[in-house]
Design a binder for this molecule. Sequence first.
Ligand SMILES: Cc1cc2nc3c(=O)[nH]c(=O)nc-3n(C[C@H](O)[C@H](O)[C@H](O)COP(=O)(O)OP(=O)(O)OC[C@H]3O[C@@H](n4cnc5c(N)ncnc54)[C@H](O)[C@@H]3O)c2cc1C
Length: 460
Amino acid sequence: MDAATLGADLRELAAELGAHSVITEKLAAYANDATEHAGLIATPQAVLRPATVDEVRAVVRWAHERGISLIPRGGGSGFSGGAVPVQGGVVVDLERLDQVLSFDPEFWRMHVQAGVLTATVQRLARESGLYFPPDPGAAEQSQIGGNVATNAGGPHAFKYGVTGQWVTGIEAVVPPGEIVRYGGAVRKDVAAYDVMRLLIGSEGTLGIITAAWLRLIPAPEASLPLVAAYRDNASGCAAVQNLICSGVTPAAIEFLDSQALAASAGSFPQPLPGGAGFLVITEADGTAAEAQAAAADLREALVEDSVMLWAPSEPREIMALWRWRDGVSLAVAAQRGGKVSEDIAVPVDRLLDAIEGAHEIGSAHGLPVCNWGHAGDGNLHSTFMVDSDQEDELERAFAASHDLRKMAIGLAGTISGEHGIGWLKRGDLSLQLGAREFELHRQIKQLFDPRGIMNPGKKQ
Ligand SMILES: Cc1cc2nc3c(=O)[nH]c(=O)nc-3n(C[C@H](O)[C@H](O)[C@H](O)COP(=O)(O)OP(=O)(O)OC[C@H]3O[C@@H](n4cnc5c(N)ncnc54)[C@H](O)[C@@H]3O)c2cc1C
C-alpha cells in the first residue's frame, strides 16, 4: 500500500484509538526479533499499540476492510522472524495488554492478557507456591501471547510439555474483527473441534491472541540438577538414551556438543575437565524425598563413560547453572557476530544421527556448526555460525539450514520443534506435510483470514 493512502487510513484509526496508539516515526525498535543475528531486519510502515481487546477489534476491522497486513508482535524474542514485517505492513504491538485478569491460587489457575511477560506469570505462580512449567529462555522479554502463538517449549518441556499443554482457554480477535473465545477456566472441554489448539502455535497468522487462561500446579518442593560430561557425541547420546530407558523421569534433559560447549564454557559455573566433548544437564524434582531418590537414579543412569558428574545443591549454584544455560544462544552468536540457528526435532534415538548430520552439512557449506538443545525431546538447535555482514556466508547458512530441515524429515522428525516456521523456514512446510495435509493447512488459514491480512508470508 502506498504511503499516502496508508497515512490517510492511519489518521482515521488514530481518531478512534487516540493518536498515542498509532506510531509512524522511530520504528527501528520494531524492525527485528531474535533473528537479527541472521541479518533479518525490516522496518514496518507503522506500529499500532492497542490497550484493550476492543481496540484490537477496531484494529483488525480497520485492516480487514482495507486489506492492510497486520504483524502481531509480543516481546520480539522469536527465533524465526515471525514478528518481523518482512513484506511491509503494520506491526501490532501487544505490550499494553498487560493485565493479570484473575489469579486463583487455590484453584491453580490464572487468566492473563496476552502482553503479560512470561517471567511475571512464573513469578506470581512461585510466590503462591505454584508452578507454571513452560520455561522458554527469554522469559523476561517474551509475552504469554507470544508463547502461545509459538507454542513455546523450554528445558522442562521434557517432563511438563510445551506452553499449549498449560492453556485451558484462549481469547482472540480474528478477521473481520470479532472476538472469539475457546475454552476458559474449565480444565476439560471436548465439546467443539479443538479450535483453541489451532490458535496455539498459529504464529499470528489466524488472529491476534488477546488473553489466555493458564493451568498451574503446586511447585515441586525440590529441584536437583545433575550435570554429566562425556568425551564425544556418541558416548553423550548413548548416556541420554540410557537415562530415558532407565525408567526415571527427569524434569529436563539438555545437551551441548563440543562446539557449543567451546563457545559457552568460559562462563560455565564450574571447572570443566579438558576431555569434555559433550554435556548433559538433567534435573530431578518432586518432594524433597522424591527428588533425592530420583537424583540418585539419574546419577546411576549417567555415570557410565562420564568424565565428570556435578550436582549443584545450593540455590545460588542451581540458579547460576540455569542462567548459564539460558545464555548459550547468545554465547554462540558472539563467536562470529552472527548465527543462523535452527530447531529441528527428531525421534530421540536419532539424536546422534542428527548431530553428525548437522556437522556434515556445515562442512559441505564451509561453515562452523554447533548443536545444543533439548536432548530428551530430540530437539536440536543446530547452528551455523556466521559473520552476518558477509552476504555470502549468510546465503550459505540459509542453504545449509534448508539441507538440515530435509535431513530432519528424513530422520522421521520435524523442521520445527520449538520456534515455528515464521519467515526463515518459509516454503519448507510442504516438504514435511503430504499434499492433502498441506492443503488442509492452507484452507484453515483461508477460513480464518480470507483476505490474507494476518502475518502474510509466515507459517507456510
Ligand atoms: C535467549 C533466547 C532463548 C530462547 N529460548 C527459547 C526456548 O527455550 N524455547 C522456545 O520455544 N523459544 C525460545 N526462544 C524464542 C522465543 O522466546 C519464543 O518463541 C517466544 O515464545 C516468543 O515470544 P514473544 O512474545 O517474544 O513473541 P514474538 O517474537 O514477538 O512473536 C513470535 C510470533 O508470535 C506471534 N505473536 C506474538 N504475540 C502474539 C499475539 N498476542 N497474538 C498472535 N500472534 C502473536 C508473532 O506474530 C510471531 O509470529 C528464545 C529466544 C531467545 C532470544
